[in-house]
Design a protein around this ligand. Structure first.
Ligand code: G1P
Length: 283
């Protein structure tokens, strides 16, 4: 059973300056909901109830968001605004939120390693990068799809999607053999390769299922691309033992770590999802 989901959220979000100068990038809203809440809802819908967040300096708004706000809730009690807090209250009432800090930006592998104290070493766990907003209008969320796959194969799973060849340098990239529809047995993976040296155009998206032995592997992994400890490099060690699957998920993904992707997500949710309740009410 995968009950714990890790949210690396220590990054500075420099691409969104000045908005992220004093506000965590994970709190930027798509319509009325902060990015990280989309991720937490996806994890909750997939059956997780422990949300383990790797934070850093200047990230207290995340902790406050996933807590009761007595004064505010008292103020709006009995008014139509109360319903705007229904979703977040469901998460707060049903999940445990735990936090630790990554003190220095040493890479995603390091951030995940910091999460060891939160998720423990007994069970597999999920990882969601909130920057990658995933949404499947036609069925199960991406993490639930991946957990189903984990339950079948019992090994690490990374979400992948095809990207244009000129974009592969922005991602971890896998190569592998398709063993069933949309499922690849990974035999190579490279963090942000040059476009002409990438093993394929199958890019890793910010959703992972990791087995707890990954912590020992991360410990032994040397810093890689940009001098940072890369989870892609640690997973390559696992892949060489035939223990990593790449899964081409069903649904949409928006790169909300970039302004363009953020705007695209905003437009998509405005057009396709429910319009924000606050706007509907004003009509
Ligand atoms: C991270 C991972 C990369 C992955 C990407 C997905 O990179 O290191 O392998 O493809 O997330 O968003 P980042 O975008 O944090 O630099």
């Amino acid at each position: 059973m995968i009950k714990k989901c890790l949210f690396p959220a220590a990054g500075y979000g420099t691409r969104f300056l000045p908005a992220t100068k004093a506000m965590p990038k994970e709190m930027l809203p798509i319509l009325t909901k902060p990015l990280i809440q989309y991720g937490v809802e996806e994890a909750y819908d997939a059956g997780c109830d422990v949300m383990a967040v790797i934070t850093g300096r200047g990230k207290r708004a995340i902790t406050d968001h996933f807590d009761i706000s007595y004064e505010l809730e008292h103020q709006i009690q009995g008014s139509s605004k109360e319903s705007l807090l229904t979703d977040i209250r469901t998460l707060i009432d049903n999940c445990t939120f735990t936090y630790t800090r990554q003190n220095e930006m040493k890479g995603l592998g390091d951030a995940i390693y910091k999460g060891k104290v939160l998720v423990g070493e007994a069970d597999p766990f999920a990882v969601i990068l909130a920057d990658d907003l995933c949404f499947n209008p036609d069925g199960d969320g991406v993490l639930r799809q991946m957990i189903d796959l984990y339950n079948k194969y019992k090994c690490c799973v990374v979400a992948i999607m095809e990207v244009p060849k000129e974009d592969v340098h922005k991602y971890g990239v896998i190569a592998g053999r398709e063993i069933e529809d949309s499922v690849f047995m990974v035999d190579n993976m490279v963090e942000k390769p040059d476009n002409d040296k990438a093993p394929s155009n199958l890019a890793i998206i910010g959703r992972y299922i990791l087995t707890p032995d990954i912590f020992e592997v991360i410990k032994k992994t040397k810093p890689g691309k940009n001098g940072e400890l890369q989870i892609t490099d640690a997973l390559l060690t696992q892949a060489k033992k035939g223990m990593v699957l790449g899964y081409k998920f069903k649904g949409n993904r928006f790169d909300c770590g970039s302004v363009e992707g953020f705007v695209e997500a905003t437009n998509y949710f405005y057009d396709h999802e429910k319009k924000p309740k606050a706007i509907e009410e004003k009509k």
